[in-house]
Design a protein around this ligand. Structure first.
Ligand SMILES: NC(=O)c1ccc[n+]([C@@H]2O[C@H](COP(=O)([O-])OP(=O)(O)OC[C@H]3O[C@@H](n4cnc5c(N)ncnc54)[C@H](O)[C@@H]3O)[C@@H](O)[C@H]2O)c1
Length: 326
């Protein structure tokens, strides 16, 4: 049976290998970078499968795609997809599992170590001819830090494991974790985690509940001189509150991979802060994670072609809907 796959945002480079394989398998593949709902509707109108990165798959868009049986997120967070509306329409929504948990954990760790050792400000001073190691004080060894993790899922868990390996201690807030799974006694209420964390790393999905979860009140609960890392979604951390906390000196630095809005605007005050490392939402990238990503997108497209549900379906759909016959 012929089938159309529409790739509707800036997905082509990481997925090129998978797209070639789909074409080899006889599928029609349309690739177009869309930024508006109308563009997506235009491009994906006849698609059986829509592949996205951050394209807005609202109820309006989903309703306008009569043939669509699955929306595949080429990544993890599905916050730009109305998963409930999709479920109501019988459209399966799937991501690619935790393909990059190790990589995001490593990126968060790199940011944490970089800001805690104050590498960038010293690097800039040395390049400017200021060779003065007294300016970095205070710096603490990693084992003296307590890492607070908000969202102890695949990424948060991988980070905790790596942090323990450095000899540091971990506390975590995750209301959806079964307390019985907390063998090492690290799960705590949020405010307790905030009071104990000298480094706070955020790893929740973006949901109504996590939108603005870490704001002015929460940052104020951190010990003075703490660091904040965000590799989840920009909206989970109140950017203006973070800037104010860094300017006041209460927060001693931050590592940010995600933004609200994304990309970070030129002139955003966060870019003027000294001990803040900023990266371009690439925490999930490594050559190895992208190999997994490509393979998992391809496998799930072929599953839909064969009438099976994609492996990482996450919106409760239990069977693919039938395409219209006309
Ligand atoms: N920066 C990047 O490149 C990148 C890459 C991959 C994922 N991400 C982001 O990281 C998020 C987490 O990914 P994951 O693979 O660890 O997902 P996961 O589902 O394995 O873990 C998320 C954890 O957050 C917890 N959680 C949910 N609501 C919470 C709340 N209100 N308070 C505290 N904890 C809460 C869940 O119980 C779960 O344990 C993704 O949703 C995505 O937005 C970013």
């Amino acid at each position: 049976m012929s089938m159309t796959v529409a790739v509707v945002d800036d997905n082509e480079v990481p997925l090129r290998w998978a797209l070639d394989k789909m074409r080899d398998a006889g599928l029609d593949v349309i690739v177009q970078s869309c930024t508006t709902e109308d563009e997506i509707i235009d491009v994906a109108r006849d698609a059986d499968v829509v592949v996205i990165v951050i394209a807005p798959m609202s109820e309006r868009v989903l309703r306008a795609l009569p043939r669509c049986r699955a929306v595949l997120k080429s990544g993890v967070g599905v916050d730009t997809i109305d998963t409930q509306a999709a479920a109501d329409l019988g459209i399966a929504v799937a991501n690619v599992g935790n393909y990059c948990a190790e990589d995001v954990a490593e990126h968060a760790l790199a940011l944490a170590l970089g800001v805690a050792r104050k590498l960038l400000p010293d690097d800039r001073r040395v390049r400017a001819g200021v060779y003065d190691r007294t300016r970095v004080a205070p710096v603490h060894r990693f084992s003296a830090h307590t890492l607070g993790i908000v969202g102890l899922g695949a990424i948060g868990g991988a980070l905790a494991e790596r942090w323990r390996g450095l000899g540091g201690s971990v506390v975590a807030y995750d209301p959806y974790r079964d307390p019985a799974s907390d063998v090492s006694g690290e799960l705590r209420p949020l405010d307790e985690v905030l009071r104990e964390s000298t480094i706070l790393s955020i790893h929740t999905p973006l949901t109504d509940e996590t939108h603005g979860l870490i704001g002015e009140r929460e940052l104020a609960l951190l010990p003075p001189g703490a660091f904040v890392i965000n590799c989840s979604r920009g909206e989970v951390l109140d950017g203006a509150a973070l800037v104010a906390a860094v300017r006041s000196g209460h927060v001693a630095g931050a590592g940010l991979d995600v933004w609200e809005p994304e990309p970070v605007a030129t002139g955003d005050p966060v870019l003027e802060l000294e001990n803040v490392i900023v990266t371009s939402h690439y925490a999930g990238y490594s050559e190895e994670s992208f190999d997994d990503l490509r393979q998992r997108v391809l496998d799930q497209v072929l599953q839909v072609r064969d009438g099976a549900l994609p492996t990482w379906t996450l919106n409760g759909v239990s069977a693919l809907r039938r395409p219209p016959t006309a």
